[in-house]
Write a protein that binds this ligand. Structure first.
Ligand code: F6R
Length: 612
């Protein structure tokens, strides 16, 4: 979702800002803009469409050279359609103050009316523009920009990651955060403000993370921070560990393909130092201090959105069946508003790739307010969820740039597998039984690699189905969430309508859709309910549906029923979904490529959904 880059220092700002915006493209956006502070005057250029279109207008244009400070933004429209006017930066009517903003100003309509009564004239349909006018209004009575921004933010309700420039103060930039991430990169004689470390790491690894309610006055050679109520805060400089190569495509056509192929390694990374295979033991440093709580929990609640919610659904099978603890899985967006019955005997896990999803964060706070132990299963190190939870674990998938989540999902499942074994062991699962599970988990990266080796065959299959209008994905047990995930991947990046169902539910409705034009993907490993799923396959076959089966390597029965079979290795102990989802990721990817869609940045989607 929207990206922010601000630069203040001894270098020309524009190339740094454009490079930063390009690195944030993966977050999803529909327009972009820059503002540069030159000779006490702010020059703005905005454009609907991609950063490349903006760059073509400003790069090598002398009007945008020689600036002292500058900022850029990529916007994902919330209030007002994506066009040149609604793109950020926004300026007040005198042209003195420019702002870029991620988030939503909830009381913007009331503020706008007040400002209009005071003579302010608005150019856009956005909520953000009120901030520029409000700050300019305060500057009439407040000595400096820092004070004017804080005074303005005390009037504002909503969420923001905000950067502000004042034409009269080219040596200063203000950064403020409430519910939308903002990071300040600290260099020698320069600072870079960004919504994501990806825009910073090419320049410096030293960063300061702003917390909610904090405002920083940033200068080339230093910064100071306080709350919006003027209480000074001393900020710690930390080191970002991601490498530049991790956020580059490394020879793959798309980030998504690179990330799909990284999975043997990312799954291994998630287990490294945690899984003691021969002892049947799991050590999780971030959960050690809440181990007793986990073991004694009356209930575990798993909360997430989208793909992370699907991971929770698989986790439910693992935890209930192996660790013998009752589990509930909740959509974060629903949980936050339904006064959940949750309390101190419950352990709540928030599952999130980005660690910034607004709904998941709100669910975290709701569960915490009720006294539950709140823990995170998160990918992005240093993001907001791990900073607000009582503990948790990073899944260590590395930066995920493709908007459609792939490697984060399999890493979340790996993390849930580790947590399951840890609890089961602490509850008395004998070492020999635990050892079967730890060995199985340790074997997953190689099994995933075996599926990836079939990429070419899946690519060919994709050609055959690229013009389908609908798809059905069916699975049972822990593979039902795999069916949901397969359908989500396909619809996100290929724009083909797809639904996932528990296979046996098909006859309660979706069966009406089956005819010779309907491809039906069955996830059908040889497990305890294999025969049952075969019956469902017969039902589809009888209605001439086209059957694609994800089946085990040693399954000979399936060839008689399915039109196409993709083979996956057998996997035991509810870890099968980690392997079985891989062909579905590849199928979605190759169908999208065959249809010519923008795989890494599908329309209307954002990588990290930081608004409600
Ligand atoms: C799907 C996808 C989304 C996210 C969801 C939650 O491919 O990427 O459904 O899974 O927006 O995001 P996180 O995990 O960052 O909280």
């Amino acid at each position: 979702m929207c990206g922010i880059v601000g630069y203040l220092g001894f270098r020309e700002p524009l190339p740094i800002i454009l490079d930063g915006l390009r690195r944030l493209e993966y977050r999803g956006y529909d327009s972009a803009g820059v503002a540069l502070n030159r000779n006490g005057c702010i020059t703005v250029r905005k454009s609907a469409g991609k950063v490349a279109e903006l760059a073509a207008q400003v790069e090598s244009n002398p009007e945008y050279a020689g600036a002292r400070a500058g900022m850029g933004h990529s916007r994902w429209a919330t209030h007002g359609e994506p066009n040149d006017v609604n793109a950020h930066p926004h300026v007040d009517c005198t042209g003195r103050v420019a702002v870029i903003h991620n988030g939503i100003i909830e009381n913007y309509a009331a503020l706008k009316t007040q400002l209009q009564h005071r003579g302010h004239v608005f150019a856009s349909a956005t909520d953000t523009e009120v901030l520029a006018h409000l700050i300019e209004d305060f500057l009439r009575t407040t000595p400096d920009l820092y004070g004017a921004v804080k005074a303005s933010l005390r009037e504002v309700r909503g969420t923001y990651g905000l950067v502000v420039m004042d034409a009269h103060a080219p040596e200063v930039m203000i950064a403020a955060r409430m519910g939308s991430p903002l990071i300040i990169g600290v260099g020698e004689g320069e600072h870079i403000i960004a919504s994501d470390a990806a825009a910073i790491v090419a320049h410096t690894r030293q960063v300061v993370y702003l917390n909610d309610g904090e405002v920083s006055e940033v200068r080339p050679d230093g910064m100071r921070t306080s709350t919006i109520f003027d209480v000074p805060i001393s900020k710690e400089i930390t080191n970002v560990t991601i490498e530049l190569s991790q956020i580059e495509r490394g020879g793959y056509e798309h980030f998504m393909l690179k990330e799909i192929h990284e999975q043997p390694e990312t799954i291994r990374n998630g287990m490294r130092g945690r899984l003691r295979v021969e002892d049947g033991e799991v050590k999780l440093g971030g959960l050690e201090h809440v181990r007793d709580k986990l073991v004694q929990a009356k209930r575990i609640v798993l909360i997430g959105c989208g793909t992370s919610w699907h991971a929770g659904l698989v986790g439910e099978y693992m935890l209930e069946q192996i660790a013998k603890v009752p589990v509930e899985v909740e959509y974060a967006s629903e949980y936050r508003y339904r006064s959940p019955l949750v309390g101190k005997d419950d352990v709540v896990f928030l599952i999130s790739q980005s660690g910034e999803t607004a709904d998941t964060l709100a669910a975290l706070r709701e569960a915490k307010r009720h006294g539950a132990t709140v823990l995170g299963i998160v990918n992005v190190v240093g993001s907001t969820i791990p900073r607000e939870t009582d503990g948790g674990m990073y899944v260590h998938a590395g930066p995920e740039i493709g908007v459609a989540s792939t490697k984060a999902f399999t890493s979340q499942l790996t993390a849930l597998g580790l947590i399951t074994i840890m609890i089961a062991r602490a509850k008395g699962l004998p070492r020999e039984e635990a050892n079967v599970l730890t060995r199985e988990l340790a074997s997953i990266p190689d099994k995933v690699a075996r599926v990836l080796a079939q990429s070419d065959a899946i690519k060919q299959l994709a050609q055959e189905f690229k013009d389908s209008r609908n798809f059905l994905f069916l699975g049972r047990g822990a593979n039902f969430p795999v069916a949901l995930e397969g359908a989500l991947k396909l619809k996100e990046i290929s724009y083909i309508h797809a639904e996932g169902y528990p296979a046996a539910e098909m006859k309660h409705g979706p069966i009406a859709l089956i005819d010779e034009h309907m491809p039906v993907v069955f996830v059908v490993p040889k497990d305890a309910i294999y025969e049952k799923v075969l019956s469902n396959i017969h039902e589809v076959r009888a209605r001439k549906g086209q059957i694609i089966a994800i089946a085990n390597e040693d399954d000979t029965e399936i060839d008689k029923l399915a039109d196409h079979v993709i083979r996956v290795p057998r996997t035991y102990g509810f870890f099968g979904p980690i392997v079985n989802v891989i062909p579905l990721q590849l199928l979605a990817y190759y169908i999208a490529v065959a249809r010519g869609t923008n795989v890494d940045q599908p329309r209307n989607l954002a990588k990290s959904v930081t608004v409600e």
